[in-house]
Design a protein. Structure first.
Length: 557
């Protein structure tokens, strides 16, 4: 297996070098493929220039690598997949169409089938239109290929091989055994629960031919990456970084961590050329800067969308204009060292907030501890969902499965099992002598209260109702202030970030409310559990843990 890692990718980006590593390509095959690519014309640009003159060298490297990895003697392709992550405006759809035309021109298999697949019919048709235009602009290509507009396919008159358009759908893509598939805008498919199944169908079909390939090209998601998109992106990063051996060539135009994590750095136009390989061709820095300034004036939400689409900045929170202001400071208040075990070791007192629990809700628990010495508030949580939620909210099913894989959510066949697990965690805190109180929405909590009582957590001094609605306004504002000052730190769990990003605020006179009705379809139960815990911790519960002086052997009697 070829080594497709590119461990020096960050240095290459900074130097403006290719992200394709040095590979043992079959040079004649690679050269023919690049020559075919260069002879194609851009059908939607004035003057219809040749790609030799118009295209960036970055994509030629992809063409050379994919087609130069096929051994002409054995017909075995050593690079079976490519994942290209590149920002909006870098001609990725046009270049993708050209890649599939090169595939037809390089094809050696009679009646081979090549597919252009998009998340919507419109995106698929756009790529097909570019490919058809390239054929129609070349006299030799019009002799060799028949463009069947009514069927959205291009047929090789000699071999009967064809390039067809398909929409990304399990029913549509079940059965075909293509030789090559290009999937455009993979990020748009992340939230669809069936995406993983469809990709498995495609890969299964491609395995029938030794030269089969899957090319995926996409921008970054304008929401936190989820589902199959997140899985494919993580796999590509692992191969790029040398943490995994695979047959996927990763070409990822994303900033190194030191820039990606620093808004001052990635908002500086001087860094943008690193992730814009087509700059000076389909993209121009002056117009991008004007567009950036216009979006920045609209606020944080617009900034993040622009950055995700043009700079491939991965979004942690989907911020909205009517968002909870604590969301602005959420990512900056992360402490990855916070776990259930570390809370028990670091805190002098802990409160628990609980929300949800219906069959259509998440059941959420948040433990909020006051740290010994610093008196910082430390938050950690867990959630449960009844398995029927996956059917009732299919748009969120892939995301919920991600949370389950991260061990932040348990999907249970019986919600009573969720109540029991929650009560076990609370009892563990109580047995450690650190539990001050448990706060929860007083509506419909009988089963939770019973589960807690069975484990010795009972009584008005331990389990209290927390009024919801406008009465949580104080907790909402307290959490905002403490997140901004980093005196409320959280464990960086993705399910919590999701809930925070879903939250919308509605003014009620001088008060604020965050409610499920206002938040819409997005779940906010983990955030509501946190606010219940904040309401309790704001009452300054008495320390139940060991004295900080005793811990440090400084006690004087």
């Amino acid at each position: 297996m070829w080594d497709l890692s590119c461990r020096d990718w960050a240095d290459r980006l900074r130097a403006g070098r290719s992200l394709v590593p040095d590979l043992p390509l079959f040079r004649e095959e690679a050269g023919i493929a690049v020559e075919f690519f260069d002879r194609l014309r851009l059908p939607d640009v004035p003057g219809t220039p040749l790609l030799r003159d118009a295209a960036g060298p970055w994509f030629r490297d992809i063409i050379a690598s994919l087609f130069g990895s096929r051994d002409p003697d054995s017909n075995v392709r050593h690079i079976r997949e490519v994942l290209t992550l590149v920002g909006k405006g870098n001609s990725k759809t046009t270049y993708s169409a050209a890649l599939m035309m090169v595939a037809l021109l390089m094809n050696t298999r009679p009646r081979a089938e090549y597919l252009l697949v998009g998340p919507t019919q419109a995106i698929s048709d756009l790529a097909y239109s570019q490919a058809a235009g390239m054929v129609e602009l070349d006299r030799e290509l019009t002799k060799r290929f028949q463009v069947r507009e009514h069927l959205k396919e291009i047929v090789d008159r000699a071999s009967r091989a064809k390039l067809k358009v398909k929409t990304f759908d399990l029913d549509i893509l079940t059965g075909p055994r293509p030789v090559g598939v290009l999937v455009d805008e993979l990020h748009l498919l992340g939230r669809h629960a069936a995406t993983g199944k469809v990709l498995r169908q495609i890969r299964g079909g491609l395995e029938k031919s030794t030269e089969g390939f899957l090319a995926m090209i996409t921008t970054q998601s304008d929401e936190p990456p989820v589902g199959a998109f997140r899985e494919e992106l993580n796999m590509a990063r692992a191969i790029r970084d040398g943490r995994f051996q695979g047959r996927m060539l990763p070409v990822l135009y994303e900033f190194p961590d030191d820039i990606a994590r620093s808004p001052d750095a990635w908002q500086d136009p001087a860094t943008w050329p690193m992730v814009m390989p087509n700059l000076g061709r389909s993209l121009h820095l002056d117009s991008l800067m004007r567009d950036w300034e216009a979006e920045r004036a609209k606020g944080e939400h617009a900034i993040r969308i622009w950055a995700s689409q043009h700079l491939n900045i991965e979004i942690g929170l989907g911020l909205k204009t009517d968002r909870w202001r604590g969301a602005d400071h959420w990512e900056g208040a992360t402490d990855d060292s916070i776990t259930l075990e570390s809370l028990l070791a670091r805190c002098e007192v802990i409160v628990a907030g609980i929300d949800g629990g219906g069959l259509d809700d998440l059941l959420a628990l948040v433990l909020l501890g006051r740290e010994i010495g610093t008196r910082h508030w430390l938050a950690w949580g867990r959630a449960w969902a009844h398995e029927t939620v996956l059917d009732r909210r299919r748009s969120e099913a892939a995301l919920l499965r991600d949370f389950e894989a991260a061990d932040e959510l348990a999907i249970v066949a019986d919600i009573e099992a969720g109540f029991a697990e929650l009560a076990d965690i609370v009892a563990q805190v109580n047995d450690a002598g650190l539990l001050a109180r448990v706060g929860l929405d007083p509506m419909g909590v009988g089963a939770i209260v019973d589960a807690l009582a069975e484990r010795g957590v009972a009584g008005e001094d331990k389990v209290v109702g927390i009024s919801q609605g406008w009465t949580l306004s104080g907790a909402i504002k307290t959490a905002e202030i403490k997140l901004a000052s980093k005196t409320l730190l959280h464990a960086g769990q993705r399910i919590a970030a999701w809930a925070v990003g879903n939250a919308k605020v509605e003014p009620k006179g001088n008060a604020l409310t965050i409610t499920k009705q206002v938040a819409g379809a997005g779940k906010i139960d983990p955030l509501m559990a946190l606010l219940d815990a904040v309401a309790l911790m704001s009452r300054n519960p008495e320390s139940l843990g060991p004295s900080v002086y005793a811990e440090r052997d400084m006690m004087v009697i």
